[in-house]
Design a protein around this ligand. Structure first.
Ligand SMILES: N[C@@H](CCC(=O)N[C@@H](CS)C(=O)NCC(=O)O)C(=O)O
Length: 223
């Protein structure tokens, strides 16, 4: 029998957070090993656990998986969150990629020397490029693709919550997305994940960014 799923990452959101969300929705229990020192990272490297010398790394079904999207796709496939056929799947992947592009812009903000112009750019991209797509896709259907919950829905929910943390009220012009968010947060596993004390991580703080910079020996903030 396969052992418990183990996540190797920092004690923060970053690229692992979408994986935590998806496992939660799939109702898969997981443990976490937090990377907090350079020595831990070097041990993972010398053990050959990180194919591209990067985290996230997830131990699942006897494998040590890296590359966030590959990990998400594996979980989505395994737990029936990737549509019913190839055409559903490509739509789900297109929506997911868009959401990930937007979330990654937010994710790197704490490492920026001058976040203000980046924040402005994120807000306008969200309002003009990304949210209109989801508003249209959700005008009628309950879920983004095929009338069925998928990983794209889970990532969109995560992204809308991240956006509201940065730009309260941003969903005011997107009522379908706002209703979708409400429906999704009533799914029992999600509702539990949103409670304090769950494995959901808070917004990045100074300790999180400092740890990452020390572990990877990054000296300066990104421009
Ligand atoms: N394409 C990879 C990128 C992973 C990545 O950039 N991970 C960062 C931490 S969030 C890392 O390990 N950086 C160290 C390095 O690239 O040397 C993925 O999506 O998993």
């Amino acid at each position: 029998m396969a052992g418990k799923v183990v996540l190797h990452y920092f004690n923060g959101r970053g690229k692992m957070e979408s994986i935590r969300w998806l496992l939660t929705v799939a109702e898969v229990e997981f443990d976490e090993v937090y990377l907090s020192t350079r020595e831990q990272y070097e041990k993972l490297l010398s053990d050959g656990d990180l194919m591209f010398q990067q985290v996230p790394m997830v131990e699942i079904d006897g494998m040590k998986l890296v590359q966030t999207k590959a990990i998400l796709n594996y979980i989505a496939e395994k737990y029936n969150l990737h549509g019913k056929d190839l055409k559903d799947r490509v739509m789900i992947n297109m929506y997911s990629e868009g959401v990930i592009d937007l979330m990654e812009m937010i994710m790197i903000l704490p490492f920026s020397a001058d976040p203000k112009p980046k924040l402005d750019n994120i807000q306008s991209k969200a309002k003009e490029r990304y949210l209109p797509v989801f508003e249209k896709a959700l005008s009628g259907p309950i879920y983004l693709v095929g009338g069925k919950l998928s990983c794209a829905d889970v990532q969109l929910l995560e992204c809308t919550l991240m956006l509201e943390e940065k730009f309260p009220g941003i969903l005011a012009d997107f009522p379908n997305v706002k209703s979708f968010q409400g429906r999704m947060t009533r799914i029992p596993a999600i509702s539990r994940f949103l409670q304090p004390g769950s494995k959901r991580k808070s917004q990045p703080d100074e300790t999180y960014t400092k740890t990452i910079m020390e572990v990877f020996k990054i000296k300066i903030p990104f421009p």
